[in-house]
Design a protein around this ligand. Sequence first.
Ligand code: PLP
Length: 373
Amino acid sequence: MTGPKVPFVDLSIQWDQIQDEVMPDLARLFQASAFCLGPWATAFEAQIAEYLGVKHAIAVNSGSAALHVATIAAGIGRGDKVLVPAHTFIGTIWGLLYEGAIPVFCDVEDTTGNIDLADAERRMEPGVKAIIPVHLYGQPVDVTGVLAFAERHGLTVIEDAAQAIGAQWQGKAIGTFGAMGCFSFYPGKNLGGAGEGGLIVTDDDEKARLARILREHGQSERYVHERIGYNYRMDGIQALVLSHKLKRLDGWTGQRRAIARRYEDALADTPLRLPAVVHGDHVHHLYVVRTAERDALRTFLDEQGVQTGLHYPVPLYRQPCLAGIATPPADGFPVTEDWAGNGLSLPMFAGMTQAQQDCVIAAIHAYFEKRAL
Ligand SMILES: *Cc1c(COP(=O)(O)O)cnc(C)c1O
């Protein structure tokens, strides 16, 4: 096999663990032709609702679709303003843009990269209806703070928990605090399908009903299209795979935490700024270090066979598609620029071997030793 000595993520390890039970189950699914939603999706929704401790779970075909549906179900529409962190994946705001709503960007915390509530307070303006906190890199936002902020300003909270499945805040699952929570099952996420997938969760019966209608052609009953809807159904195959993986998720999260602790110990004596675990219990979707030498270090690691990632190098307010829609304040977003310009994501995945971890750590030490000469 060619390719990097240490890939950024290796999903074949998960497949090795699940294939013996997935293959016969897949044969049953094909036999039943249960391709779009169907019994496997219904079972997965029940399984994950129980796992998260939430009343309703609605399976869709991506995290972006989940956020779009949640936006509509929350009653956010044209001209409404929504507070969002400036440092996140663009999927956080697609739903807003599709509905003609306006993202109001906020800077993020230096420690976590999550939305900075002090900055959100400064960005409050007439017309702000909601806030989308993102549990970035798998670390919960300050949930207590976000809920109090939203309550004070009368805002709806939609959680973007795409990177934080399995994380908790005071013993309760992340994603279950807002009016709605959204998850992504993109293959590289902590719980990933064999393709695209997503989920909306809520305790609100009416929002759940609406979400179910919206994901399936706006149908409230067969042939009756109550709303302008979408084809956002989850594939049966994705539900099947996710259901087998969900049983192993907590074990895989434990492995991620062990790798994060290992990096923390082994890299403490380098000039890197390491990610801090500040809020709740982190599920380490990504392990992002910061250094002004990010690009040089990345090139060096690549030469050593260590693959890294960037999350996210171009802040949303500088994306061409947002020109004229959302402008950053004149004083800019210094902390977002720091994460964007200096952040480097190290390899992090369940099943990463000790030898692979050693390889990453040794290559980083080698970079700083070489530079010191
Ligand atoms: C992955 C992700 C999304 C979008 O999910 P998709 O399934 O890729 O559409 C949204 N927000 C964040 C923070 C993500 O990481």
